[in-house]
Design a protein around this ligand. Structure first.
Ligand code: SAM
Ligand code: SF4
Ligand code: SF4
Length: 371
């Protein structure tokens, strides 16, 4: 019998301490003006609250790898809500204004609404409420929407890869019915969430026939639909360029049926390119992570489920902040360690994709650092 190979880098098996960021001898007070080697500021923090998920989307957590033997993190390895909130405060002092909770499936984390309540009480440096948002597969939304709203979540993005039940079940690979996600979106509306976003990952040959039905369904609704190019995240999704449908193609297909015109970004560096329907029935977005790199404005840091800071979605190594937290370091010390890490940041994977420099690079899984 041949030995089974899991083609993964398992960061969790590495000894804690191997990537603990250094604390500079000279400590300085954060002023919200941190920039990396390319002048990119730190504005956006994505926090993965669990590495588990009830879906097995083939492009993210394929069943063959994420099976019952997969070494998920144990509860003690996860950052506690208090630890997450403490780090969030430190990040805010460096200029973070937006926090997105993600995973894995964030709604699987027990008492997630308690964490949301804790984060929602934080203010940005300019005294404004934090832009606190969450990305979910929507499967538990009917149950959770009210609690999320009451806890102070500002916004929400729901992932949905098609309306056709057969296609949807095939993509989530756990036979989850699309009707329940649509009902979850409805639940979010009912409890008062505004400006909902729906993300559709487009895989050529798998769900590209769902582009027009999705556009039609969400057109003239209060939901902004965004199409995401299938990305080469992690090491297990069998990514192949031939399965990427460039966003330009998505726009072309929709434009043929529902004419579109390009509109300005909401703010500089916005990841999604915006298009509106000429007939005035709303807008869509495209996120072209493969065909149009947006590294030059990338202001996102990621915090993994077990408290490692990652500087890029395609990173290989994390910087172990949990070790600092559990080693009794002060906020100022941790703040300075984070500053050092960010100031040395050079990441720009999407710009270098396909170059020899990036060949054979082992990347961390998306369900672990959060999308
Ligand atoms: N489970 C939640 C969900 O699906 O919304 C949150 C975590 S998921 C990793 C975050 C986002 O990443 C989702 O919108 C998902 O579709 C997207 N994603 C995952 N793998 C991807 C890939 N290979 N290419 C593009 N997007 C991907
Ligand atoms: Fe789960 Fe989200 Fe990944 Fe799908 S994309 S497997 S729902 S974490
Ligand atoms: Fe940011 Fe890395 Fe994506 Fe470039 S590839 S936009 S640096 S996360």
């Amino acid at each position: 019998m041949s030995e089974r190979v899991i083609p993964l880098i398992d960061e969790r098996q590495r000894k804690i301490g191997s990537h603990v960021p250094a604390i500079p001898a000279q400590l300085s007070t954060p002023n919200g003006l941190l920039a990396d080697t390319r002048g990119r500021t730190l504005h956006d923090l994505r926090i993965s609250v669990t590495d588990r998920c009830n879906f097995r989307c083939t492009y993210c957590m394929p069943k063959e790898v994420f099976d019952k033997d997969y070494p998920y993190l144990s509860h003690g390895d996860l950052l506690s809500f208090e630890e997450i909130t403490r780090l969030a405060k430190i990040y805010i002092e460096h200029g973070v204004e937006k926090i997105r909770l993600t995973g894995g499936e964030p709604l699987l984390r027990k008492h997630i609404e308690k964490l949301i309540e804790m984060l929602a009480s934080l203010k940005t440096l300019s005294g404004q409420p934090l832009d606190l948002t969450l990305t979910t597969n929507g499967s538990l939304l009917r149950k959770k929407a009210q609690a999320l709203k009451d806890a102070g979540l500002s916004r929400m993005t729901i992932s949905l890869d098609g309306l056709d039940d057969v296609t949807f079940r095939k993509m989530n690979d756990v036979d989850f019915p699309v009707g329940d996600v649509l009902d979850g979106i409805e639940a979010a509306r009912e409890v008062g969430f505004k400006n909902l976003k729906v993300n559709m990952v487009v895989k050529k040959g798998t769900n590209d026939h769902e582009i027009i039905p999705m556009a039609q369904y969400f057109k003239a609704s209060d939901v902004t639909l965004r199409f995401i190019e299938f990305m080469d995240v992690g090491a297990s999704n069998g990514w192949n360029m031939s399965e990427v449908l460039p966003s330009s193609e998505v726009i072309r297909k929709i434009h043929e049926v529902f004419p579109l015109t390009n509109i300005d970004p909401n703010y500089p560096g916005e990841v999604a390119e915006r298009w509106k329907y000429i007939d005035g029935s709303g807008e869509i977005g495209v996120i072209s992570s493969v065909t149009q790199a947006f590294c030059k404005d990338c202001s996102r840091a990621r915090l993994s489920t077990e408290g490692k800071m990652y500087l890029c979605l395609f990173a290989t190594e994390g910087h172990d902040l949990k070790a600092l937290l559990r080693d009794g370091r002060s906020d100022l010390e941790i703040s300075n360690a984070i500053a050092q890490v960010w100031m040395q940041r050079t990441d720009r994977y999407s710009e270098l994709r396909g170059s020899p420099e990036m060949a054979n690079k082992t990347k961390v899984e998306m369900s672990y650092i959060g999308g």
